[in-house]
Design a binder for this molecule. Structure first.
Ligand SMILES: [Zn+2]
Length: 255
């Protein structure tokens, strides 16, 4: 089906793609109007800044330090890189907590806390990873009175979702909606005005690696769950992304 729906992929690890050029072309052909490229560590942040520079008005960088990448001896280098480039990004992400990994919680809290402070100082929104740590991640964001936060791929408790939404924060929808009951429940409960669409490229969903064009899967699942027209979901979530990242997305030149 050919549509004129314009979509934003609000979370993709573009630096990890060997087929980046092709993936961006396919995304444009699928009416993806903009992509937020999230960083994991210094090396990935550097790559993302380059990719964004080569694709102006299409790829927007978010600088991050993923909890999976935290290592004692590399913390300072990572934090200072982000500190000195923070204004070059549209957000801080991917950042957060993950209680399923071996990195000590105290260290995760310190790193996440410092990154949240940077977001506050630089007036940037945050893209939050909160696997098995939803409550603490939320408390840390809320404590600092951050205005803009998205809880990425939210699959946490329903009562906490209420608090997240009451703070005006967002959650994001991934292609995991096809099979994940807790993710489906969260998206079903959240108002469409508080949802961003994303792919978490290149994550594998049921054996198939995502690319930004697959944000269409997220779109279709959200539309089905909420019994809304896909065109309406596309329009609203693109407006949400525009508000959240404070970006005016361009129309693709060939549409
Ligand atoms: Zn991610």
């Amino acid at each position: 089906m050919v549509t004129e729906e314009h979509l934003i992929d609000a979370h993709a690890h573009l630096d990890e793609l060997a087929d980046l050029t092709e993936s961006l072309q396919e995304a444009k052909a699928a009416c993806v109007r903009g992509i937020i490229a999230v960083g994991m560590d210094v090396e990935s942040n550097r790559k993302i800044l380059q990719i964004a520079e080569s694709n102006p008005g299409y790829v927007y960088p978010a600088l991050g330090y993923h909890p999976w990448e935290i290592e004692d001896k590399e913390v300072d280098a990572n934090l200072s890189f982000i500190q000195s480039h923070v204004k070059e990004g549209v957000a801080l992400g991917e950042i957060g907590l993950d209680y399923k990994i071996k990195v000590k919680k105290e260290l995760q809290w310190r790193v996440f806390g410092e990154l949240l402070d940077m977001a506050l100082e630089s007036d940037r929104p945050v893209i939050v990873h909160s696997r098995f740590s939803h409550r603490r991640a939320f408390e840390m964001v809320k404590e600092r009175k951050l205005k803009r936060a998205v809880f990425h791929w939210y699959s946490g408790p329903v009562d906490l979702l209420g608090k997240i939404l009451s703070m005006g924060y967002f959650i994001s929808a991934t292609p995991a909606l096809v099979y994940s009951p807790p993710h489906r429940e969260a998206i079903q409960r959240a108002p469409i005005e508080r949802i961003l669409l994303e792919t978490d490229t290149p994550v594998s969903y049921e054996g198939s690696e995502a690319r930004p064009k697959d944000v269409r899967v997220s779109l279709e699942e959200v539309a089905k769950l909420k019994r809304l027209e896909p065109s309406l979901v596309a329009m609203q979530t693109t407006a949400n992304a525009s508000e959240f990242f404070q970006i005016r997305f361009r129309k693709n030149s060939f549409h």
